[in-house]
Design a protein around this ligand. Structure first.
Ligand SMILES: Cc1cc2nc3c(=O)[nH]c(=O)nc-3n(C[C@H](O)[C@H](O)[C@H](O)COP(=O)(O)O)c2cc1C
Length: 203
């Protein structure tokens, strides 16, 4: 084998190795829980994804509920294509990070509706929660934990809780305190092994 073909062969092998790694890594969906115009969840989701991608330990994807235009569950005469796409994207994930915002001491109606749509697609997967609100979205998170338990989603303990007062400017421009990045990594340190463990009972 000549120099160039050897080099080419090595590059091909490297590419194949990379593809194999991507295929064996778990898929983690970062779910944006709010859908309103002017929402801040895309800023928080992008920050979590950037931190997560640096770890290189899973295939992380932002999943935006707003894109699926889900009608209220069971509403008559509505287009079902969004629901089919929603089922498909959630079924593809091995685990989740929920980006949760507090609305009236709970999660958004949009997130509750999106959770209610599916059952098997959520079952036996792991999740972490990143929340925000005046008290870090703590009350919404506790509500979400109850719902996730019913859906057989194993939710980890570490919970990055962002304050609308100290991690955002004017409540809208996301400027997280440095310590919050550590919290995201500690949360993912728990989500990834649980995801791997739960894969063994589903696959
Ligand atoms: C309908 C509504 C209810 C809210 N209720 C609460 C609340 O109970 N507790 C809280 O900490 N923040 C509350 N907030 C403030 C939101 O947490 C804040 O606006 C946040 O940015 C909303 O997330 P989003 O921008 O992604 O939609 C509420 C906001 C809305 C729109």
């Amino acid at each position: 084998m000549g120099f160039w073909s050897k080099l080419f062969g090595t590059e091909e092998q490297e590419k194949q190795k990379e593809e194999e790694k991507t295929m064996t890594k778990s898929n983690i969906g970062i779910i944006l829980g709010s859908t309103r115009e002017g929402r801040v969840s895309p800023q928080v989701g992008a920050w979590v994804k950037e931190l997560a991608d640096k770890r290189g330990d899973a295939n992380y994807t932002i999943i935006d509920i707003a894109e699926y235009k889900l009608p209220l569950l069971g509403e008559a005469g509505t287009d079902a294509s969004g629901a089919a796409a929603w089922s498909e994207i959630i079924a593809k994930q091995d685990g989740f990070v929920f980006i949760v915002q507090e609305y009236n001491h709970s999660i958004t109606g949009a997130l509750k509706n999106a959770l209610d749509y599916l059952r098997d697609e959520w079952n036996n997967k792991a999740a972490g929660i990143v929340s925000y609100g005046s008290v870090g979205g703590a009350r919404a998170t506790e509500h979400l934990r109850g719902i996730l338990s019913e859906l057989l989603v194993a939710h980890v303990r570490v919970h990055p809780a962002l304050s609308l007062f100290t991690d955002f400017e004017n409540g809208t421009d996301f400027k997280p305190a440095a310590v919050q990045a550590d919290s995201v990594n500690q949360m993912l340190d728990q989500v990834i092994p649980w995801t791997t463990a739960l894969n063994t009972i589903r696959k």
